[in-house]
Structure formats: C-alpha cells, structure tokens
Design a protein around this ligand. Structure first.
Ligand code: ADP
Ligand code: GLC
Length: 476
C-alpha cells in the first residue's frame, strides 16, 4: 500500500535546485510520482550556495558528528513533496558541487545530516532511499551507527546506482575521522583497492539495491561494465533490481513545451519544421529544410563516446548531414568536435556550455539524436528525443537497449537505430541507415510517430520502487 509509506529520499542533486546530470531529473520526477501514488516523500538535498531557497521555514539545527553545525530549511513543492535543505555553508557554499579534496567529509555530512534530521525529530521513515556514491554512507551509517538508536534502529534502506563508474573512493583514514569503525575498511565492507568506496558501502549495506535499467542491472554484474565492483554487485544479485527511469512529460513534451518556438504533436507535426529553423538559427546555421540535423546534448566524457564521433570526422564530413552539439566536459573531446565545426562551419556547430533552453530546442528542432555511449545506465535524453519525434541513433548498451527498438523498414516497426561497436565504423553504419530511412518521407514519419507514441511515464517505475521499498522493509 503506497499510501502508508514514508520515503526519505537523500540525494546530491535535484531539479530545479542543482543539476549536473540525469540524477537531478530523477530526483525531482520520482518523488513527485511517488507522491501521486500516495506516498509521503521527504527529499534531503544539500543547500549549495547557488540555490535560492523557495518559500519555507528553518526547522532548527543539529551538531553533526564529523561536520559541525548543520541547519535544516524545509520547503514543500507544488507536487506535495517535502524538501529538506541541509545547510552547512563551509561545505556547500562553493562554486561547483563535486571535485573537492574534502568530498568524503562533505558527502558523509549529507548522509549523516539526513539521518539526524529524522532522529532528532523522533521521526522514523519507512525507508531511506539513497543515490550514487555521494549518499552511499546512508545504509552504512544506519547499520554501523544507528543499529541501537530508539528511532532509527532497523530502518530499511534502498540504494540506487545511477552510474557504477563513479565510486567515491577515498583513503581508509576517512573512517576514523567520521567515527566509523576501522573494520569497515575490510573487503567485505567498504574496502576497495587499498582504500574505501562509498558506492561499495551503499551496495553492501542497503537492504535492496536498484539500478536504472534492467539491462544495466545485468551488465554491472559482468567485467565490461562493472568497473571493479562486479563481484560486489553479483554477491547481492538476489537483491538487485533494474528499474527503468521515466520521463517527466510535464517538462518534456512538444505539445506543451514553453521553450520551443512552435508546439506540435503526433497528429500535427508541422510545428517541428519551425522548431528546426529556430534551432539552426540558434546555432548560426543556414536554414535549408531538407538536410537532416543530428542533435547532441550531453556531458562530453569518455562514457558518452563523443571521442568516437570526433574520430570519425572524415566520414562525417562526407555525409549529407548537419550536426549541432551542446555539451560540457573533456577538453580533448571538445577540441575534436570543434574541429568539425571549424572545417565545415555551415554544417557543424558546437556550444560548450550548459543551457536548459537550448537543450529543449535541440530536442524539438533536430531530426535525429545521437548517443554513442560506451556505457549508459539508463539515459534520459533518448527517451526525451522519442517524445519529440527526434529519432535516436544509439549504441546498444544499458538503458539504450531497453528504450530504443531498431527500425525495420519492412514491417514499419521500431523507434530508432542502434549499433554495437563503439567505433567509427559502427557509428557511421548506423548513421547511414538513418540517412537512408530519412530519404523515405512516409517511412520516416511513421518512425517518428512510433517513437512519439512510446510511454515512459514515471508512474509504472514508481510502482516498481514501491515494491522494492516493501521488499527492503521485509528484510530488516
Ligand atoms: P547523464 O546523467 O549520464 O548525464 P542522462 O541522459 O541521464 O545522462 O541525463 C542528462 C541530463 O542532463 C538531461 O536532462 C540533459 O538534457 C541534461 N544535459 C546534459 N548536458 C547538458 C547541457 N550542456 N545543457 C543542458 N542540459 C544538459
Ligand atoms: C547517470 C547515468 C544515466 C542515467 C542517470 C539517471 O547519470 O549516466 O544513464 O540516466 O544517471 O539515472
């Protein structure tokens, strides 16, 4: 019964307060979907310096061991979700959220402050739901520090791995600083490669472990995608589930998107043409309607495979295609993509910045959307692209396999194009298939509509999380 559940959701990012990737989207949309199912949801989030607090109130402060004085500011979203901002300016008032020497202390504080918020109020949520390495200590603290606490003892936790490649690896000395027992540095606990890993801690100690697509749940138990944690995940395989992320269609829907120049729907695709013109203008490219536009919005890091795109420059330049790239990340990858734009500025354009508005206009204005990921736990943007009738070209990995069905021109079924090999040959092979399909107007519109008809709304996934919360509760 979802109605009787109180979920305490601890996360390092959440839209609209702070976002570096898909976790922020999930942390807004999943709690909202859970609240719609009747759950009570409290999201705990750091109050980073960049956040302007919404209307709400201070609910006191506590001394958090290992951190110091921590304040709590509580607000409520329009969707009925309570958000607790953890205020500790020395740790969180900084120009970027991650990548500081004291990250192990900063995020240990987030975990501990989240637990202390409930303990000091004598409130026991039914389940703590923690996300990625930044909150990996939540399940650890519950077992190591709160096992005999009258309020929180035997409280269940669920840990979600959004990306197993980011592991929060630090020195074992951190344990002492945090007041955690030294034996937690052993290999059966947080011990990892001579240090400790917060991600491993969460995976070992939570009652249930989830990840963000069924394929990725399988992949991270193997050598190629486990990034060294495959044995740990395998040892928990009975308690590991893959739940596909959803899409918040209140934010990502071309028939209601305030960022795009003209709205459109599967019944009337005319507006998409104007969106294409708007996109080309935004990137300073000439408007010639026929030449297809490939859109990219991504973090430009190794995982995402854009070095392969830059490496395929020769073949790309030969293809009758334009490409617009929005992203931030590795300088080498940026330089490679910028090189394409320098060679053919009338067909290739790049913007190395973070721009929410442009991300929506790319979804609406592009004909195709490229995700050549080496590894993709779920991926949200290919699901956004489908809804916008922007045909995804993706590498066959993780959530991309679970969400993009290869187009079959003979049957008229399928939603996009997939390739297996993370190299230029694979990429160009898939692009050529897409270009071929694009030349058949009728078939292409069918392909677009197939994608637009897909429903990845959060409700189904939220129900699966409720099941996982119940399974976790049965284990304590
Ligand atoms: P990941 O979390 O691995 O980066 P996802 O596909 O799950 O990948 O989510 C990425 C999210 O970040 C999407 O909402 C996407 O639109 C957004 N995003 C990524 N880069 C940018 C950018 N440069 N500007 C605007 N939004 C971006
Ligand atoms: C991670 C993954 C991405 C996933 C997102 C939200 O950032 O890289 O694939 O969609 O988390 O779960």
């Amino acid at each position: 019964m979802p109605g009787s559940l109180h979920v305490a959701y601890i996360t390092p990012e959440m839209v609209p307060f702070l976002k570096t990737g898909g976790l922020a989207d999930v942390s807004a949309a999943l709690p909202k979907a859970l609240a719609r199912l009747g759950c009570r949801v409290t999201v705990v989030l750091p109050r980073y310096g960049s956040i302007t607090l919404p209307p709400g109130e201070f609910r006191g402060q506590t001394e958090v061991p290992g951190g110091g004085t921590t304040g709590y500011f509580v607000a409520r979203t329009d969707d009925g979700v309570e958000v607790v901002f953890v205020e500790h300016p020395p740790f969180f008032d900084r120009p970027r959220p991650y990548g500081w020497d004291d990250d192990p202390l900063r995020f240990a504080l987030l975990a501990r402050a989240g637990l202390e918020y409930f303990r000091t109020r004598g409130e026991r949520p039914d389940v703590f739901h923690a996300h990625d390495w930044q909150t990996g200590l939540v399940p650890v603290d519950l077992k190591a520090l709160y096992w005999d606490d009258p309020t929180l003892r035997r409280t269940a936790s669920v840990f979600t791995i959004h990306n197993v490649a980011y592991q929060g690896v630090f020195g074992t000395d951190v344990l002492g600083v945090l007041g955690l027992p030294g034996h937690l540095g052993a290999p059966f606990a947080l011990g990892y490669g001579g240090g400790i890993s917060y991600l491993k801690g969460g995976t070992e100690f939570a009652e249930m472990v989830s990840t963000v697509s069924p394929s990725y749940a399988h992949e991270i138990q193997g050598d190629e995608h486990g990034f060294g944690l495959q044995e740990t995940v395998r040892s928990r395989s009975e308690d590991v589930v893959g739940i596909l992320n959803g899409v918040d269609y209140e934010v990502w829907d071309p028939s209601a998107d305030p960022y795009i120049v003209e709205r459109y729907s599967p019944d009337d695709l005319a507006g998409k043409g104007r969106c294409k013109g708007d996109l080309l203008a935004a990137f300073g490219l000439a408007h010639s309607p026929d030449l297809p536009v490939v859109g990219v919005t991504s973090r430009l890091v190794w995982q995402k495979g854009f070095d392969v795109v830059a490496g395929a420059w020769w073949d790309l330049l030969q293809r009758p295609v334009r490409m617009v790239v929005l992203g931030t990340g590795d300088e080498g990858v940026q330089a490679g993509l910028a090189g394409l734009a320098q060679r053919e500025p009338e067909r290739f354009a790049v913007r190395f910045t973070y721009d929410e508005d442009l991300a929506h206009r790319i979804m609406a204005g592009a004909d195709m959307f490229l995700m050549p990921s080496r590894s993709e736990p779920c991926g949200l943007t290919q699901m956004y692209a489908l809804r916008y009738g922007t045909v995804p070209i993706v590498r066959s990995t993780g959530g991309l396999v679970d969400t993009v069905e290869p187009w079959n021109p003979a049957t008229g079924e399928g939603t996009g194009f997939r390739f297996d090999h993370a190299d230029g040959t694979g990429l160009i092979w898939a692009l050529d298939q897409a270009l071929d399909a694009h030349s058949d107007r009728e078939g292409w519109e069918r392909l677009m509509r197939n994608g637009m008809a897909k429903d990845f709304s959060w409700e189904r996934s939220a129900r699966e999380y409720v099941d996982v919360y119940h399974r976790a509760r049965e284990k304590v």
